[in-house]
Ligand binder design. Structure first.
Ligand SMILES: *Cc1c(COP(=O)(O)O)cnc(C)c1O
Length: 401
């Protein structure tokens, strides 16, 4: 067995998920296994099943699966749709690509609206396509809220308006895997039919849980949907969840963590959590602009509060650069995915993150540029610092005379 020398201090995990798990959650999960058919579990089951609703801003049902986020994608499609159904998707980046691949594999007929991977989904284009679909052959519109590969956030309220003004009855499915507990999601108010998420990003938990908040319309569709489903079937879940239980062994340790995560988010205040993400994202973007580099998201309307994707200067490989940062400063930055592989890297600023974590990360990024010989202007870190100081929550109060 080979031994890496010990590296002092903590590893900076600055990828856009999984994200570092706070001590409070680690401690909450450090418990003996319990009987998942017993009373103590029932209390935990009821607590998380009801608590998670507040995070999605829904009064309705939220399913919790022992799976990664990809499982909740599958549950959304296979519980509501039938073989051959057309689904309208927007290729905002790699996660949208993967969801469309899944739709294809499940026997659906995805129609994809392309983008240049530098904006979110365009609500006007969705509206235009839905208006053309006079026969209502499109059964669902699927959008990724925060496209984690590009750092572009889609305006879900605009997508809802587009669907309403086209008077189209398609279901609306939204992937909020990297936006839940980072930015506002109003499952009920925006009349989303299935809101999909996962544990390891804004929720600050280890990977292993996925969520699907469902509307009455989605539950109704599940009664006639003909795609095959078993493990992810909603009917067994609904029946068992009614009393706080699950149809199979739930991930009990993660559910202890989830209860703690929900408490932590509520203690801070959901709206404060969103404001914190916006502010740290803005500091990060100011750093990138200060370095004279380009942000992958080309329209501020779509800027992500969770992740910033940075385009490398021509002739410099992003993965070689990331390795230099890891080897020298013990920090993991996100890799460029699919068509921006090697051309871009990602700075995650979501989950249990504060001013100094972000400043530590940005300092590592700037020092890495020096070591890797990546051309950049000085002053990115300084610009982020200035912004965080200007917007500090507790500035020195000068007593009025
Ligand atoms: C991480 C992520 C996924 C994939 O989730 P897994 O938990 O890895 O299955 C899907 N969509 C988005 C937007 C993501 O950020």
């Amino acid at each position: 067995m080979s031994h890496e020398p010990r590296r002092a201090g903590r590893h900076f995990l600055q990828i856009p998920g999984p994200t570092p798990v706070p001590e409070r959650i680690l401690a909450a999960m450090s418990r003996q296994i319990l009987d998942h058919r017993g009373l103590e579990f029932q209390r935990l089951g009821k607590r998380v099943l009801s608590g998670i609703k507040g995070i999605f801003k829904t009064q309705g049902q939220v399913f919790i699966f022992p799976s990664s986020g990809t499982g909740a994608w599958e549950s959304a499609l296979c519980n509501t749709l039938s073989p051959g159904d057309k689904v309208l998707m927007c290729e905002t980046g790699q996660f949208a690509v993967l969801w469309a691949v899944m739709a294809n594999r499940l026997g659906l007929d995805p129609e994809v609206i392309p983008t240049d991977w530098r904006i979110g989904a365009d609500a006007d284009l969705i509206e235009k396509r839905l208006r053309e679909d006079k026969s209502h052959s499109i059964k669902a519109v699927c959008v990724v809220h925060n496209e984690t590969s590009t750092g572009c956030r889609t305006r879900i309220d605009d997508v809802r308006k587009a669907m309403d003004s086209a008077k189209h009855p398609a279901l609306l499915m939204v992937d909020t895997i990297s936006s839940l507990a980072c930015t506002d999601i109003r499952h009920d108010e925006w009349a989303i039919d299935v809101t999909i998420s996962g544990s390891q990003k804004g929720m600050m938990l280890p990977p292993g849980l996925s969520f699907a908040a469902v509307s009455a319309k989605a539950l109704e569709a599940s009664k006639t949907s003909k795609l095959a489903k078993s493990y992810f079937a909603w009917d067994d879940m609904t029946a068992n969840n009614a009393s706080g239980f699950f149809p199979y062994t739930p991930a009990t340790g993660l559910l202890y963590g989830l209860a703690e995560s929900i408490d932590m988010i509520n203690d801070e205040g959901l709206e404060n959590v969103f404001a914190r993400h916006e502010r740290l994202a803005e500091a990060t973007r100011r750093a990138v602009i200060g370095w004279g580099l380009e942000i992958q998201c080309r329209d501020p309307k779509y800027y992500s509060p969770a992740v910033t994707t940075v385009i490398m200067p021509e002739g410099h490989n992003a993965d070689a650069y990331r390795k230099i940062v890891l080897d020298n400063f013990n920090m993991s930055l996100g890799t460029g995915l699919n068509k921006i592989a090697g051309k871009a890297f990602r700075i995650g600023h979501l989950g249990d993150t504060n001013e100094l974590t972000v400043m530590g990360a940005l300092t590592g990024v700037e020092m890495g540029f020096d070591l890797a010989g990546v051309p950049h202007k000085k002053g990115g870190v300084a610009a982020a610092m200035a912004y965080l100081a200007e917007t500090a929550a507790n500035p020195l109060k000068v007593a009025a005379e």
